[in-house]
Design a protein around this ligand. Structure first.
Ligand SMILES: [Ca+2]
Length: 419
């Protein structure tokens, strides 16, 4: 082989190697971009990069793949940031900078943050899972766990805090300071020091939340600050795990108000405390089924016109469920089965033209509850009548068919006419 050929072959091999290495780098880089702006189709390695990008503007949505992101975010644009799954998409504030005390700081209005586990704002006394100093934000369906404080609303208005689980936060899970007209519904505050602390905050609506095993469930620090702790009857207020109320009329709501410490006034009371934990399950894209139940509910499903779920609690106790069903989902009377045995139920008197409220009890263990519609007697009779009429008409028609073709069977006479 000539020297020229050797040189050419060497250069060719080097070029191929460079190309393959470059290809590998580009593939690796693309696979590491787990944050996606679905409005621009651009991808990013970190959530903050996606927020900061000049192409990201108000109204955009950012989707975040499952994984753990060690970041401390500042959200200064009116955008939606959605995690793939709140159990597997985590933002962890422990980035190694000891002066950082907040996992997420929201300064823009109209931010949506949903589908994340938020953790790691420890151990400093003012460490926060989320700090909000803006309005009309939507913080929903997150797991806010192991922070010093969960969420702080500071002079913020018209925010929605819904369907989040606040678990094992050292101080206040939700802290409002000088904040008005916020809606706090469907959250669970458990195993922390304090569920909610209200400071100089008023006209906030707080209902359908579960307060479980906190040192202090809720505190409001001024008697002149009026907040709303229930959604009236029959919708109800909140579940308080340490309540001692009775429910002699079996409607799932305690018969006396739950007063809040340290200032129990009429305005600081939950007038319709729930006797069991509140849960909301999405049955269809348009309708939810709400339960108030003293059992743990799992494996909920709505399929082929039947509601199914499992109930679990300590054995040798009595369980109850109040189930609120939209009549657009199941409209008629109902049958309730617990582990394949039909149990009696009460259709509560405040059921109305849009919603049915069922109440039933059962002995505790792990049991499957099934609720199906029962067709009323009038519907069954009407169905029987229509079926009978239809069969009679068919028989009559078949009789006409059998008698009408006689002329064709007999054939034509000599004059060519049918006989
Ligand atoms: Ca009651």
């Amino acid at each position: 082989m000539s020297e020229m050929k050797k040189t050419f072959l060497t250069i060719y091999c080097l070029l191929c190697t460079v190309f393959l290495i470059g290809f590998e780098i580009s593939v690796t880089a693309a696979s590491e971009l787990h944050v996606h702006n679905i409005d621009t189709d651009l991808n990013y390695a970190t959530i903050q990069e996606a927020i900061n990008a000049p192409e990201t503007v108000n109204g955009h949505a950012i989707l975040v793949d499952a994984g753990t992101y060690y970041e401390n975010l500042v959200i200064n644009k009116s955008i939606s940031i959605i995690g793939e799954n709140r159990q597997t998409t985590t933002i962890d504030g422990r980035t190694g900078f000891p002066w950082v005390e907040t996992v997420i700081y929201i300064t823009a209005n109209e931010v949506t943050l949903a589908g994340f586990t938020l953790r790691g704002s420890k151990p400093y006394c003012q460490s926060l899972g989320i700090k909000i100093t803006s309005d009309r934000n939507n913080i929903s369906n997150n797991l806010i766990i192991h922070n010093r404080k969960g969420i702080w609303l500071l002079r913020s208005f018209h925010n929605l805090i819904s369907n989040n689980d606040f678990l094992s936060n050292d101080d206040e899970a939700l802290w409002l300071t000088g904040s008005f007209n916020n809606t706090i519904i469907g959250n669970t505050f458990s195993n922390g020091y304090c569920g909610i602390l209200l400071e100089d905050s008023r006209k906030n609506k707080i209902f359908h939340n579960n307060f479980i095993n906190n040192t202090k469930h809720a505190r409001s620090q001024s008697p002149t600050n009026i907040n709303i702790w229930d959604d009236a009857h029959p919708s109800g207020g909140n579940y308080w795990s340490d309540h001692t109320h009775v429910d002699l009329d079996y409607d799932g709501i305690g018969d006396s108000p739950h007063t809040l410490s340290p200032l129990p006034t009429q305005e600081q009371s939950d007038n319709y405390p729930l006797m069991g934990m509140f849960s909301s399950f999405k049955a269809t894209s348009d309708h939810c089924i709400h339960t108030v139940c003293n059992s743990t509910i799992s494996d909920f499903e709505f399929d082929s016109g039947a509601i199914r779920f499992n109930v679990t609690a300590k054995e040798d106790t009595t369980g109850f469920c109040r189930v609120c069903i939209s009549k657009a989902l199941l409209n008629d009377t109902y049958r309730v089965f617990v582990s394949d045995t039909e149990v009696p139920h009460t259709l509560l008197s405040f059921s109305n033209s849009t919603h049915s409220y069922l109440y039933f009890t059962y002995p505790h263990s792990t049991q499957e509850v099934v609720i199906i519609p029962e067709f009323p007697l009038f519907t069954i009779l009407l169905f029987f009548l229509i079926t009978t009429l239809f069969v009679a008409l068919i028989k009559r028609w078949q009789g006409d068919i059998r008698t009408s073709p006689k002329k064709e069977i007999l054939g034509k006479n000599s004059k060519g006419t049918y006989v």
